[in-house]
Design a protein around this ligand. Sequence first.
Ligand code: ATP
Ligand code: MG
Length: 381
Amino acid sequence: MDELLLVRYGEIFLKGLNRPFFLKTLVRNVKDAVHEFGARVWLNDGRIFISGFQDMEACASRVCRVFGIHSVCPAVEMDKGDFSEITKKAVELMNGLSGSFKVSARRSDKQYPMNSPEINGAIGHAVLEGCPQLKVDLHHPDHVLNVEIRDRAYLYVRVIPAVGGMPVGTSGKAALLLSGGIDSPVAGYMIAKRGVEISGVHFHSYPYTSDRAREKVIDLARILSEYTRGMKLYIIPFTRIQMLIHEKCPEDYTTLIMRRFMMRIAQKCAERESARALITGESIGQVASQTMEALCTTDAVADMPVFRPLIGFDKSEIIEIARKIGTYEVSSLPYEDCCTVFTPRHPVTHPRPDKVAEAEAVLDVEALVQEAVDHAEILTV
Ligand code: ATP
Ligand code: MG
């Protein structure tokens, strides 16, 4: 009899002919995630199994952050031959619990001498007898004792919900414009959740933004990378571009022009990474640069789709996710972002694309973009 983790995966079940590709990627990602625990991972009969860890709780909580996983169940594995042993173990597992329960048996071994209702009945009886504090409730039980009869028998009560989504590496790559704020890490998380590999692009304006602001973004990338199987982070020196915009362009257009530069540069980084889309943390109306017209003028310079998964979210909803995924605390540290340096007093909220283009025409856009990309510092987080 052994303790192991029985891992249930989610949406991949819906996949048809290419399910093996999704499963293979998922198993690889789980293996990577538990590598540090020295655990063994294998796929069998619709479940992923993990054993050989020292710290079960830590290992389970790590697996819960792998996209594609629906839930993780600490389980007991035993021989299925002797049903009385299974019953005994079931009573033992339920002994410490109170309230109501039901037994839910599943049998992938159709040759097994008892069917699922028979297993439910027999184990239910034994538990009632052995644990007089418990009562049966088939509709709203406090505890479900799961009994899975496969190549061996597996028993578990605890089901730890995991992140869901699709395995990272099954949906291509995208580049995330990662600021030090609350929104962009959440945006990256949401797209990675659909199986997309992520690279980060961060703009910093040293010395107007400090080294601590830079460290903060690296910390955020590190937290995100737990979900994204690591990530490359391009740190782009942005000071010169911002100074030139500030000097040469009409003040009310400076933010928008700066955002168009960000898009162009991020796109070049994306191309280097064979990424097919950009991701930002924008949501409609959050600030002047996120009105419908402003978003259109920034999109106008991108040749690839721009994903904005937070577009319809309120700040409070974004914060809730940030707390859940563990980025909120770091995002809330008070270091400045390059967007907050040189902020115009009255940014345009309804810009016209032709006016923006005209306003930035005084700059050698191509050369500035190339220069910024050439001077990127590239980290692997
Ligand atoms: P966040 O949106 O991350 O909370 P914020 O709200 O302070 O930060 P905004 O000014 O709303 O940032 O910027 C909108 C989006 O532009 C961000 O979500 C991010 O995708 C991108 N962005 C802003 N500043 C930077 C930066 N310094 N580096 C990279 N991307 C940035
Ligand atoms: Mg924002």
